[in-house]
Each structure stands twice: as structure tokens, then as C-alpha cells.
Design a binder for this molecule. Structure first.
Ligand SMILES: Cc1cc2nc3c(=O)[nH]c(=O)nc-3n(C[C@H](O)[C@H](O)[C@H](O)COP(=O)(O)OP(=O)(O)OC[C@H]3O[C@@H](n4cnc5c(N)ncnc54)[C@H](O)[C@@H]3O)c2cc1C
Length: 447
């Protein structure tokens, strides 16, 4: 593989490369006032804008995106739309059912939004798999599936023969199949939602980085083109949030390296052993994840594949965002894992490589809520690589908190969740690298 430099702020994903030319909205060029100013145009920001505009059509909602909608993780991810809240153990049936139902309603919400506004968003809901690479873990998963079904959760265990009929993964001993999980093309979805937001009265500014936030009864956001004064703001900046001075001790901004193959036909993927399922992840701590798009010509699909080893995730000192050498190692590790799992794809070329920002919390549980002396700084972040569903649900949660109608969310683990403290650099950098190289795992603590 040729050596090249990767800049997390600059790189683009295969999801973006497959799209027609995109014209960003003009940057903010004068001072403005808003009732709510949303910082960030990923799933969190766009879903919040959508719900606010629908619920409060008379309020002035402005969305400020540093680059283009879907520039961050929302446009660079593995595309899997999953149930569950990362970091929450399932030990009580009623609780497990509650969390599954909430996340399932989050996926329903995405599906309903696509149907309501007729969005072309590469959405397919034929389920995702969690694959077990060790017989003992597969046996435990089979028992867990029985427990989940008894709790009313429709997750099924597939033994290795059943799994091979759906997805042939070398070394897999079984899998949990969630029929309600899905795949979403985040770039297509968010770009298609832009005119919807505008029709609902949201003003969208792209190429508009917020440089600083001054809190008050009226918050002041500095941007290169003018100041925004807003009665409330929403931090929808996930892994970028520490750069604005928020959650610096709660978020570990990791980077996940991803590759995508050239598009090949569905028949060719069936030969490889991939039939009728949107995606899978494995059971390793440095999780590998993959999904199959249908974005190429005539519905041909690219395999999007990420993670799978220490080398395929990175934390750079001080949140630095440019890699030279080490990124090559990371991409090579991702590709090696993909080739090992899918040997039948040996002749299918990898044509895209990119890196995306993941906001990891120490417990892996995300947080959604409101803060600040004036209780007007809303936030939702820390999805720990599991945020396609949750960041889209965040818009509804934050809108309910903004409305004062949030009782229905208060029992959920992400509601106003206090994030466990992660020490600053250089301790953070040294600790992360020492721990991951000694254990092969990423640091984690239960709540
Ligand atoms: C490689 C990768 C693979 C993943 N795979 C999956 C998966 O398969 N399934 C899953 O559920 N989750 C996955 N995730 C996680 C998921 O994509 C994220 O949790 C989710 O997209 C977060 O959405 P967001 O809107 O909060 O953040 P982002 O999408 O990161 O959006 C933040 C936006 O804020 C903008 N911004 C930042 N700073 C400023 C500023 N100062 N001013 C204005 N704008 C600013 C950025 O440009 C960006 O567009 C993955 C993440 C990555 C990186």
C-alpha cells in the first residue's frame, strides 16, 4: 500500500465519493439572532433541528456546520443502525426490554422520516449480526438469546451452519441476529434532509465553524463571518466537542480507520457468502464492523469495513488529527482482518480508505441533557461508536428536554448521564497507549 497522509479533518469517505457534486449552503456572513443555534451538522444536529422546527415552527432555529452536513462521523461510519445503548449491561429483563424498545423506536423514527419526506437514503432493514469468534462465547450467546426472547426481545441465535447460510465468516462459531437493525447511508440521508429543514424554516449555514462559545442568558457564538446570539444552543459536535472547551475530561476522541471495496454485483457478494443481511460486528474488544452498500451502479455493493485490532483505532497526542506512517499500519490491519473473515473476497479490490472521529466515554454510555448556569446549553454526545440510532434519537430527546416534557426519558441511562473522568494529556496519551498495547483492549470502566 502506498504511504500517504491522513488528516481526520480533511478525509472523505466512500459514502461521500459515491455522491454527485454537493453545493454547501453559504457561510454565515453577518451577525444574527436565533432562538436556538445548533452547532454541528451530523445526525445529532440535523435531528435536533428537525424536531425543534416541527414542534416550534415559530422559533428561529439556525444550524451552523464547520464544513458540510455529514462531514463528521455521520458521513464516515460503518452504516449500521443498531439497537441497544453501548455500555449498558442487560441483566434485568424489564430493563433490557425497555432499552431495546427505545432504540428500536429510534430506528423506526429514521425509517418514518425517510418515508415521510421521500428521502433516498440507502436504508435497508434486513437486520444485523453480532458474530462470535470463539465457541465458548457463541454458547454463552445462545443462552443469552433464550433469555432475551423470554424478555420479549426478538433476537435469535444462529449456529455456525445457519450463520454460513446468511453470511460466511471464516472462524465464526455463531451469531446473534437482530432483525430490526438496519443500514443507513448517512451522507445521502443528511443531504436529503437539508431542503426539508429549510422548508420547515431552519437556516442552515455550512462552512461556518463556531470558534468559541460565551454562555449567558443569551449565548454568543463567534464564527469567522459574524456573531450568533441565541437564547439556547445545542452542542451537536460529538468527538469535536472538547475543541470547544466542553466535556474535555469526559470524552476520549478516538479515530477509527475504515476501508471500502470497489462496488461489485450482489451475485458476486453471494459467492463470497454475503446474502441478505445489512451488516455485522464481531465480539472482539477492538470491534470489527462491516456493512454492504447498494450504492454502486445497478445496485452493486461496496463492502465498508472498519476496526478489528488496536492498530485500526488511534488516539493522537493532544487530539492531533494528522497521521503519516501509522495510518498505513492501521489501514493494513483493517484490510488484513477483512481478508481473514471473508477469504472469498480476495480478488475484490479495496479502493477507499478513511478515518472517522469517535467520541468514546470511559463507561461507553452516552449522555444527553442540558447544562450551564442558564440551563440553555443542550448536548448529546459520547455514543462510543454506536451512535447512528442514538444520535438520530437525540433530536427528539433534546427537543423534549427543551419543551420541559422529558419525563419519559428520565429512566434511561443516557439521560443527563455524568461522564466518568478521563485524565488529560500527557497522562491520557500514555495511559491509552500503555493499556491498549499491554491488553489489546481499550480502557473501560463500568458505571
Ligand atoms: C469510522 C466510524 C464508524 C462508525 N460506525 C458506526 C456504525 O456502524 N454504527 C453506529 O451506530 N455508529 C457508528 N459510528 C458512530 C456514529 O457514526 C456517530 O456516533 C454519530 O454519527 C455521531 O453523530 P453526531 O452528529 O453526534 O456527530 P458527527 O457526525 O461527528 O457530527 C458533528 C459535526 O459537527 C461539526 N463541527 C465540529 N466542530 C464544529 C464547530 N466548532 N462549529 C461547527 N461545526 C462543528 C463537524 O464538522 C461534524 O459535521 C461510527 C463512527 C465512526 C467514526
Amino acid at each position: 500500500m502506498a504511504a500517504f497522509t491522513v488528516d481526520i479533518d480533511e478525509c472523505r469517505s466512500a459514502w461521500t465519493d459515491d455522491k454527485p457534486h454537493y453545493r454547501p449552503e453559504p457561510a454565515l456572513a453577518s451577525a444574527i439572532e436565533a432562538d436556538v443555534a445548533i452547532v454541528g451538522g451530523g445526525f445529532t444536529g440535523v435531528s435536533t433541528a428537525l424536531h425543534l422546527a416541527r414542534r416550534f415552527p415559530e422559533r428561529r432555529v439556525a444550524l451552523l456546520e464547520a464544513r458540510q452536513l455529514a462531514n463528521g462521523a455521520s458521513g464516515r461510519n460503518g452504516g449500521m443502525v443498531l439497537n441497544w445503548v453501548n455500555g449498558v449491561e442487560h441483566d434485568d429483563p424489564a430493563r433490557a426490554r425497555r432499552i431495546y424498545d427505545v432504540t428500536r423506536s429510534g430506528i423506526d423514527l429514521i425509517e418514518d422520516t425517510i418515508a415521510r419526506y421521500h428521502l433516498a437514503a440507502g436504508f435497508r432493514r434486513d437486520g444485523c449480526l453480532e458474530v462470535f469468534t470463539d465457541p465458548a462465547r457463541a454458547a454463552a450467546a445462545a443462552t443469552q438469546a433464550e433469555w432475551l426472547q423470554a424478555a420479549g426481545i426478538p433476537i435469535r441465535f444462529l449456529d455456525s451452519a445457519e450463520l454460513a447460510a446468511t453470511l460466511r465468516i471464516e472462524g465464526a462459531a455463531g451469531a446473534l441476529f437482530d432483525p430490526h437493525a438496519a443500514q443507513l447511508d448517512g451522507v445521502a440521508y443528511l443531504r436529503a434532509l437539508r431542503p426539508v429543514l429549510q422548508a420547515l424554516g431552519v437556516t442552515v449555514y455550512e462552512d461556518t465553524p463556531v470558534l468559541s462559545v460565551r454562555e449567558g442568558a443569551e449565548c454568543r457564538l463567534a464564527t469567522p463571518g459574524g456573531e450568533v446570539r441565541a437564547k439556547a444552543i445545542v452542542l451537536a459536535t460529538n468527538a469535536y466537542t472538547p475543541r470547544l472547551g466542553y466535556f474535555t475530561g469526559g470524552i476520549l476522541p478516538l479515530h477509527s480507520h475504515v476501508i471500502a471495496t470497489e462496488p461489485v454485483s450482489a451475485a458476486r457478494w453471494a459467492e463470497v457468502g454475503w446474502r441478505g443481511v445489512a451488516g455485522f460486528s464481531d465480539d472482539l474488544d477492538r470491534i470489527a464492523y462491516a456493512s454492504l452498500t447498494r450504492s454502486g451502479p445497478d445496485g452493486a455493493g461496496r463492502l465498508v469495513f472498519g476496526g478489528g485490532s488496536n492498530a485500526s483505532y488511534g488516539y493522537q497526542y493532544g487530539g492531533k488529527t494528522t497521521w503519516a506512517g501509522p495510518a498505513d499500519t492501521g489501514f493494513a490491519a483493517v484490510e488484513a482482518r477483512m481478508r481473514r473473515y471473508l477469504p472469498g473476497a480476495a480478488d475484490i479490490r479495496v479502493t477507499s480508505r478513511w478515518t472517522g472521529p469517535v467520541a468514546v466515554t470511559l463507561s461507553r454510555v452516552c449522555t444527553m441533557g442540558v447544562r450551564g448556569e442558564h440551563r440553555n446549553v443542550y448536548f448529546a454526545l459520547g455514543y462510543s461508536g454506536h451512535g447512528v440510532t442514538l444520535a438520530n434519537l437525540a433530536g427528539r430527546v433534546l427537543t423534549d428536554i427543551y419543551s420541559g416534557d422529558d419525563v419519559g426519558w428520565r429512566d434511561l441511562p443516557f439521560y443527563q448521564q455524568r461522564l466518568l473522568w478521563i485524565p488529560p494529556d500527557p497522562m491520557r496519551w500514555m495511559g491509552y497507549h500503555a493499556y491498549t498495547s499491554m491488553t489489546g483492549r481499550s480502557p473501560r470502566r463500568r458505571l
